[in-house]
Design a protein around this ligand. Sequence first.
Ligand code: IMP
Ligand code: MG
Length: 186
Amino acid sequence: MDSNAKLYQDLDRVLVRREDIAVAVKQLGQRITEDYAGRTPIVVGILKGAVVFYSDLIREIDLPLQTEFMSVSSYGAATRTTGVVKINLDLRLDVTDRDVLIVEDIIDSGVTLHYLKQHLSDRGAASIRICTLLDKPARRRVDLKADYFCFTIPDEFVVGYGLDYAEKYRNLPDIGVLSPRIYQQA
Ligand code: IMP
Ligand code: MG
């Protein structure tokens, strides 16, 4: 606990500590560096949840990668997906014949990434892989697997390290389970 201590009062518990995140991100960066050796992938961060993970991860990848961002929404302020995906900000780089690595904060139902993968494949990407910080396999609604992930987590609503509830808690350095009283009263 530190300067963010106030935010911690809304958590039931800390699920993944910053030290463990840092180790996992470093290992993941090394794997990606090996797997993409000799190539120049376009690394696509999904705004806003993936930004903290993304900025740490790309600094652990020793490749001449290119950076891109997309913003999609399927949630609003609720804690469950609506199943409807909307692209709010699209790519600028042409992905035709390129290796695309999508970086996401969490895969929950899988609906968002399932849609994005199809979208990028329609645009002629040579390869599309998915890299996620967290995976919540218990809630999958479509057949989707991450090519890379750091942590598998139980079916609980988590915040921190980029993940939000109603745009809050993204700046929490650890990942924690949000106390249900926070969203039940909303
Ligand atoms: P999916 O389409 O259901 O896989 O939704 C993925 C998106 O839902 C993520 O990018 C998050 O923005 C959001 N999401 C899913 N579970 C959580 C959670 O536990 N905490 C915060 N956001 C979540
Ligand atoms: Mg997100």
